[in-house]
Design a protein around this ligand. Sequence first.
Ligand SMILES: [Fe+2]
Ligand SMILES: [Fe+2]
Length: 470
Amino acid sequence: MSSINYGEKIPNNVDLATDRTLQRALEHWQPQFLQWWGEMGPSDFQQNDVYLRTAVSVDADGWAQYGAVKMPDYRWGIFLADAAANRSIGFGDAMGQPVWQQVPGEYRSTLRRLIVTQGDTEPASVEQQRLLGHSCPSLYDLRNLFQINVEEGRHLWAMVYLLHAYFGRDGREEAEELLARHSGDTDKPRILTTFNEPISDWLSLFCFTYFTDRDGKYQLKSFAESAFDPLSRTCRFMLTEEAHHMFVGETGLSRVVKRTLEVMKELGSDDSSKVRAHGAVDLPLLQKYLNFWCSSSLDLFGSEISSNSAANFASGLKGRPDESQYEDHVLREKNLKLTTPEGEQDVPMLNALNEVMRESYLKDCEIGLKRWNRSIERAGHAFRLALPSSRFRRSIGAWANQPVTPEGGMISREEYDRSLAQWIPSDADRAFVHSLMQRVVEPGKMAGWIAPPERGINNLPVEYEYVKLH
Ligand SMILES: [Fe+2]
Ligand SMILES: [Fe+2]
């Protein structure tokens, strides 16, 4: 099963040719997808050769092939991880029973909604990032942006396959809607708020890939546990692609920190205005971007107390990321202490799973910050980057619209409103970051606000011409 058939119109490893009806339906959707890519995908660069990786198998190692591809010719397709033999449900009330190869009737609408919500984020991020190519800091970065974009397009295919294959006519209609909603559209926006935020500069892109793609990783990990086996297998393969997106975020922000420290050393000063005058991102400004994108991404996990999360877990639809690392997989007997603005509450663990997920996500987010802070410390500076409190600037859940500082303290509404511009990017901050976004496309050259990467793609040198512009 693991080899991918590229001989067909839609590359796949699901024996698509044996189901003519499904194949026809997806072949009908394919030109609509390509039209969407043409209109809403990366602006320009569609006729340039880009050094892209394409999936050639679903084996954990060595699944990708690299080469020059024009983006519209990218072979988007349907790739599922191999089925695990005799897989049984790993959590919830049906734990130990065989996994499902079809959708049980009673969970049909819930599963469809979960798949549509996940599927909606994939094309949304392509739309959010469509203008960034024009201000790329290097050809290396431009290539990484396009790699992410084509893979988010493939993730849309992954969800659309499930909708077409398992949800009949409703699924086909949802697949069309996934191309009809657009990021930031006033009439038909994307489903989740974070995916309607514009990403118009590369600092935001690196924050988005660090924080928001990491939320994606956690969502995919929880679906990888699902009792609905086709969803689990789809998400397991998506996770291998997703890793690169977070790599772009983590190394991108590392390179920003590195460059800023170089500039501070040259200047012999950590004065923000001097760092800015020298064309670099001062560390307090980076902190504001971290505050903005981290808090925005935290909302994606949903309310602290949620009956939906309880039902989805109990019925086997959605587990916890890395479910096997926990001892109790049923959770009928457990409680969790949650602090809400009303005080401490003892909540059944099943209803607190969004919070459990959010906490493990934040631990994962800490890893990069520790690394960046080590390099700041080594350079002899007292400044430290920090993640904002999970209560800061929330718009969903128990802490929604509460006047809370990035450190988590409750303050007066007036003080909060007065201080917010010191905590997240102000208009002036954004204008400054935009002023840095000068396009650099000479092979091997980098914009002045970011250090070069430690190595190139697939063992090629950093100076390789990753996107051929001529
Ligand atoms: Fe994705
Ligand atoms: Fe992603």
